[in-house]
Design a protein around this ligand. Structure first.
Ligand code: SF4
Length: 114
């Protein structure tokens, strides 16, 4: 959850959000297309006490882009992984590894139809 979108978020979720620094300094990270930024956003989400509520809210609002609830939204779909542009490196880059954050069981059926 980011400061520019706080109006859409319940006050309880907003207050506990790990990404809410009140200055929106993480906005670029949460809406970046760079793998390193996405990995950082997902890492922050993995420590967030309102991760499930955040993901539920993003799904309800049909968020098109960004990292929400530990998941990556692209074109309104939740993608588990994303590749860097261009030819894949011979050796995997550790900075390109995206944290694997499980989707809550009650949201998995929705994700399959996304
Ligand atoms: S789950 Fe992630 S995007 Fe959602 S409020 Fe927490 S840190 Fe922010």
């Amino acid at each position: 959850m980011l400061a520019e979108t706080l109006d859409d978020i319940s006050p309880a979720v907003r207050a506990d959000a790990a990404c809410n620094d009140l200055n929106a300094t993480l906005t670029g990270v949460y809406f970046s297309e760079e793998l390193q930024d996405i990995a950082m956003a997902k890492s922050i989400c993995s420590t967030c006490p309102v991760i499930t509520e955040c993901l539920e809210g993003a799904i309800e609002r049909h968020e098109p882009w960004g990292v929400w609830g530990g998941q990556m939204f692209i074109n309104g779909k939740i993608l588990a992984t994303k590749r860097r542009r261009g030819r894949p490196p011979k050796l995997a880059r550790i900075e390109d590894e995206l944290p694997d954050i499980p989707v809550p069981v009650h949201l998995q059926s929705w994700l399959r139809s996304a």
